[in-house]
Ligand binder design. Sequence first.
Ligand code: SF4
Ligand code: SF4
Length: 481
Amino acid sequence: MSGYTLLPFQFCRTGRDEVLLVSESGDFIFLPEAVFERFIRHELSEQNEDFFRLKSHLFCAGEDVEVALQKTAARYRTRKSFLREFTALHMLVVTLRCNQRCRYCQVSCAEKDAAMYDMDEETAVRAVDMIFRSPTKHPKIEFQGGEPLLNWDVVTAAVIHAERLAAAQRKKVSFVLCTNLTAVTRDQLEFCREHDVVVSTSLDGDRSLHDACRRDRQGRGTYEAFMEKLALAREVLGPDRVGALMTTTSFSLSHLKAVVDEYVRQGMDGIFIRALNPYGFAAEDEAELGYDMERFVEKYLEALEYIIELNKKVFFPEQFATLLFSRMLSPFATGFVDLQSPSGAGIGGVIYDFDGSVFPADEARMLARMGDRHFCLGNVGTDSYADIFAGEKLGNLTRGACLETSFPCAFCAFQAYCGTDPVRNYLETGKEVRNMAHSPFCIKHRGIIMGLFDMLRRADDMTMDIIWSWITHNAGLVHRL
Ligand code: SF4
Ligand code: SF4
């Protein structure tokens, strides 16, 4: 028996006579099954090459256990450092009205002239005041809807008030306008340019894929109007200030390569292949728009292989894979509120509805729109910052939403890369904390993380350069053909 101490790690069998070990701080190592057996029985020779790898990646320690534990703790703190940015992302729903009526609209947007769904200026100012009580030095304010362009005066008032508070408190505020773009004017874009507001819009693919769901109130496709305004937005703001997101539906699931091609054709700087969320109109129309999560994983991984090939010619990251690769291959924190532990709900991001109600996540607001206000934390008109952010409701939510204390996540090899979603859990089971095994959330993340590990195992030098170019945002790392 060798005199080493095992440090905390999780493991899983890959089905190839080898074991994947992942440490508490996210380092990973593949070991042949026989070596793994010897390792956990303390029978691995300390002169063995694998032993050196295991020790240097903090899966075990020799006599220096204290030092090794301190190093593990330091890495763990670095990984969880996103918690220091309490609460960085603040989403303002300035109106529920929209000029479009997309088939999958997750907020069940309201009619274009339903003015009772507009946030008033007083509520917006109160929300911004609350945002600046947050300890973060870098608040990001996202304007959402509905279509925020339809309540433009409130957007501009909120931006100007936030700039004043940022200057007074020496904070660096950033703004994102989430818009379908089809109603945008040159004046609105010029305001965005002057106030450094980035535009985030939606593009689902080529004309037929985009028009399958993204429609106006008369049911007509919006691709043409969108393209015209996309060109205007790029002209006024510059191409790097306009990004797009896509939503995968049953129409696009088998055509993700075509979606990728359209993004490349339109000069987008990458893509985030997003699954459909079962809220709002998407929930009502799930039979036609939805799909099994296993199928999404399969198609996502196929598309990712295609994107890697594409990157041999052009720099074009897939952003979800970039996030996960970054968690697997680097020690740094990645602040993605939808996939963290404790859950980012309320402590990473928070949303202020048109009437001033505060929710810990966009999905919680969507749930409220479906009639269930379970997650409402309070209202900017009646409650203080402490009531909302230091209250029992958010405290209980955060305490429960930790992978480290949930079954089976606490024993899962992918825990260091995964996250939890109490709102989705509640929607599916009526409970914020649930057994994640076989849940769509787990099927998706487990499947994708396993697929990425498989990709890493097979990766040649070029593929690794591509992956690192995504993580470091450095296109020059790849010597392209
Ligand atoms: S998805 Fe966005 S653009 Fe489409 S109807 Fe809903 S709020 Fe409007
Ligand atoms: S959700 Fe699934 S993949 Fe993620 S940590 Fe939990 S068990 Fe693992």
